[in-house]
Design a protein around this ligand. Structure first.
Ligand code: PMT
Length: 318
């Protein structure tokens, strides 16, 4: 590591420290810690040794007022994270699903677009019924969801703001550090790059009568290198890179791989992220494409990542 790398790391470390010192305290942090402790205990004592993955999903918000009426949002429906969670459980991982409140959820990805009232019907005796063409899917989802939760393979932790997201990520990372190379981070959430520090934020609703709004946003410190170096040094880390300009996507993914010490960067373009993801590692690039409209690209992506993670575990064990 040269001296410029060292000073960059120092900058990121001190940026992260001051972000956490000035962030509003996480509500329910004791409850979240207790849930994590229990989830880790259950999965580390299981008869078959299990790998654990933290899937982050959905966009973080940046509040503009402490008593928040307005906020800046980040693009992400949470579909990728929710679908990937299902496939990680299927291939044997225990999953901590850190998700934006109100975003897509595992095992009911079909629900948000289809309102509940359209989805179910009443029969002649006023019993609730699911239309026949959907019944099989609903039964399968209920069964799989209850199996995952019942077997202790799924823990769901919600966030809304960037402050909550980063504090929860830190709690998760330090809680699963004991899994070492058997832990994975799959960072599909769309994380804010700019924010208003809590202490300089207006307390009450900003008044429009005062005229146009001038606002200076600070940069959110990149937590990827702090995650890699301090919170979970042995974990297998997959970050996502979202761009709109195809000419810079791969170059930015390569840079993230090196700069933050990621094992994988999954690079995608806003225009076709549902169809194609480029998996970038130090060994090269693999394009993952969705086969058809009825398939999830996430199934292939998770299969490839769990294989690459197994190879990483074997390498660490040598
Ligand atoms: O949810 P869907 O609608 O299905 O969409 C999925 C997706 C397009 C959101 C997903 O595939 C995706 O690309 N997620 C990452 C979006 C993103 O934040 O990209 P970025 O290039 O701005 O950030 C790159 C990485 O840096 C991310 O892994 C992020 O976790 C991390 N980051 C970002 C900002 C910040 N301040 N600190 C960070 O650590």
């Amino acid at each position: 590591m040269d001296s410029s790398d060292q000073s960059m790391n120092e900058l990121e470390r001190s940026g992260a420290k001051s972000f956490f010192e000035t962030a509003p305290p996480l509500k329910n942090s004791d409850l979240i810690s207790d849930k994590l402790k229990e989830f880790v205990r259950r999965n580390s004592e299981s008869a078959t040794p299990r790998s654990i993955v933290c899937v982050t999903s959905g966009g973080t918000t940046v509040p503009l007022e402490q008593r928040c009426v307005r906020y800046i949002d980040n693009f992400s429906s949470g579909y990728r994270g929710a679908a990937s969670t299902e496939y990680f459980v299927k291939v044997g991982y225990a999953v901590i699903f850190v998700h934006r409140r109100g975003s897509y959820q595992p095992y009911c990805r079909y629900l948000p677009e289809d309102s509940f009232l359209d989805f179910v019907q009443l029969d002649e005796e006023s019993n609730i019924q699911v239309p026949e063409d959907r019944a099989a899917m609903v039964k399968k989802s209920i069964r799989e969801y209850h199996k995952a939760v019942g077997e202790g393979l799924l823990l769901k932790l919600p966030f809304t703001t960037i402050f909550e997201y980063l504090q929860i990520l830190q709690l998760v990372a330090t809680s699963i550090n004991c899994f070492g190379c058997h832990s994975m981070f799959y960072l599909a959430a769309a994380v804010s790059d700019f924010y208003v520090p809590w202490e300089s934020m207006a307390e009450h609703k900003i008044q429009s009568a005062s005229g146009p709004l001038d606002m200076r946003l600070n940069q959110v410190p990149k937590m990827l290198s702090v995650l890699r170096k301090e919170w979970a040094p042995a974990a297998f880390c997959v970050s996502f890179k979202l761009e709109t300009d195809p000419d810079i996507l791969i170059q930015k993914a390569d840079a993230a791989l090196k700069r933050y010490g990621m094992n994988v960067v999954a690079a995608n373009l806003l225009a076709n992220y549902k169809e194609e993801v480029v998996v970038v590692t130090s060994n090269g690039k693999t394009i993952v494409r969705r086969n058809s409209k009825d398939d999830d690209l996430e199934e292939q992506l998770v299969a490839l990542l769990s294989k690459t993670h197994s190879e990483y575990i074997q390498l660490v064990a040598l």
